[in-house]
Design a protein around this ligand. Sequence first.
Ligand SMILES: Nc1nc2c(ncn2[C@@H]2O[C@H](COP(=O)(O)OP(=O)(O)OP(=O)(O)O)[C@@H](O)[C@H]2O)c(=O)[nH]1
Length: 509
Amino acid sequence: MSVSKPSTARAKLTLKRPHRLALATLPPRAFAFCHTFGLTVWIALAEGSGWRLILPGLLLLLWPAVAYAHAVLARDSKRAEFRNLYFDSLLFGIWCGVLDYYLWATLFIGLACFMNNMVVGGLRRMAVSFALFAGGALGWGVLAGFEFRPYVSMGLDIYQVSGAVIYLLALAYVMNGQNRKIGRSITEIQYQNRVFHALLDLGMVANRAPNINSLLDDALRHLHADFPEYGFAVFLQERQRPEVTRYAAEAGLRLSLEDERRLGSRLARLHEQDGGTLKLNERSDGEQLYATSMAGRLSLYEGWLVVRAPRLDAALERVLTLFVDQLAAATENKLLHLALQRAAERDGLTGLYNRGFFESALQQSIQGKMQQPGIDFAVLMMDVDGLKEINDQYGHLVGDQLITTVAERLQLQCREGDILARYGGDEFVILFPSADLSAPARVGDLIRTHLEGQHCVLATTEGEGIEVALRLSLGSASSSEVPAQAVLTLADNRMYDDKTQRRKSSVLN
Ligand SMILES: Nc1nc2c(ncn2[C@@H]2O[C@H](COP(=O)(O)OP(=O)(O)OP(=O)(O)O)[C@@H](O)[C@H]2O)c(=O)[nH]1
């Protein structure tokens, strides 16, 4: 499909919309000049000056159109309109001179000029307007000779005063329209500010959250705080199995667990739909639920942002799209960050912390002990006995199973705060960051009671199950016994001694 460009001639003819000031002043200006033309005709007829006065008066009728065209064509429409207002003062000043300074006209027209300039530019502009008006009026007198006729007739006075009243009312009407527009603009700006604030909040929350659950919880809490008139929920469902909701959070929706489950399965059925916002259902409180899809924005999940609102207008739809973009980007970044963090900190086979993570945690404990000598730390080292034999006899895959089985069972004996790591091949270590030797002694006892000699079944590559008894050598040390830097070496030596002892006793048995 080809798209034709508008010709240059047509483009030139396209007029831009003038500044709102020019639009607002057009009707009162047209009225004022028409009224003054009427006044001119009245005086011409009353005085018998005929076309001598009326013909130049016709020019007055042209000015509002010329002023409007000036504002439309000018590069800076607002400045052009400001100049028009000055020109109004000059023109009216001259015309009051032409009309021999008829009192009511000079007074009302002058006041209208000063007022208009005062409204748009304050005292300074009013002073300039006054100077132009007076200059025009006096200049005409100097050029054409001063003739004063402050009163014409009662009829003309009534005409002039009525015109002034209509003009003032028209002006008030225009100002009311402008005020309403300003009010609407302020409301819109406040709404945009809230959107901007909410987007900033989402970015900040995303940086701070330690995991996806708290990211979604905090993000929705902030959204609800910024937009208390709406309720929010978010659902992340597995792409391949959308019926599985992996993460869900809500703020201001007051969903029961059952509601959440029902909403989750409703969304799972919608996941084929392309982006955009869908109406879900009406709530008992007369409000409605809408769901905006995160379609294509997450690599592993289908995501939905659900909002409770009285109705969906264009502004809300735009805002929801922005929130969905920001939330999806934050979630995707956090998932990526957590995956990278996990890869850097964890051992690939067992999922425990790796040696690098353990060593940096140990360094922190060593420094902590140096700064606060009263706080100790302890280490328990463990080595699986007989792994080489299993490897040699059944292969490395079976050896791997032994390692993962030991890792799982060790994990069960640890408390929150204990750092269990795979230190090397068949070696494990637990760091107790704020404990003395009693902690490794306690865990050592648990291992001797619950692991030592326990049987586990490992599957060979041929599909057979072999039964293996778990055996571990242990060695522990604490910073209450030796300088902090020597704790790990002491624990290692003790583990080696334990291994030697166990070998000896197994030979004797
Ligand atoms: N299956 C498997 N074996 C490993 C892994 N890492 C190290 N090993 C093996 O573990 C064994 C460790 O050697 P040793 O410390 O002598 O093993 P052991 O037979 O338990 O001997 P003791 O510790 O002295 O009782 C070696 O055979 C390594 O090849 C691993 O990730 N998987």
